[in-house]
Design a protein around this ligand. Sequence first.
Ligand SMILES: [Zn+2]
Ligand SMILES: [Zn+2]
Length: 142
Amino acid sequence: MKANKHKTLLLAKKTRPLHARHLGLHFDYPSGTARSYLSRLGRQGLLERTRGGYGLTKKGHDRLRYFDIFGCARPGCSLCKGKSGYLTWPECGSRMSKQKARNSKERDFFLVVRHEGVSCEQCSTLILDGDQARQIGIAMEE
Ligand SMILES: [Zn+2]
Ligand SMILES: [Zn+2]
């Protein structure tokens, strides 16, 4: 069984502290594999040692958020089916194709300021700020 980074980080978010035996419980990893996988994620800066196990770092949270939006690109990840080529809003589950998405300019409405970036048409959650949208090549709105 191959380790799934996305699911392991998600488990680390829910289970604090995360211990190798949790990986055994949830994913059937043998305990040696689970321990070495956790320390590998630690070396990548995604997890940090805490009392009794591991916790998700800031970098780990950011990576998880990235996976939730773009997918983790691991073939067969059940959390990411159909995400490739799309932006997914973790808040509401909406999806939008990257081609269709537009980077909106900052705009001052009567009571609210809409910030620059890509936001959901339904719940208006800002998913990417203007710089992040430019980095992945999302077009500016007309
Ligand atoms: Zn995934
Ligand atoms: Zn939404």
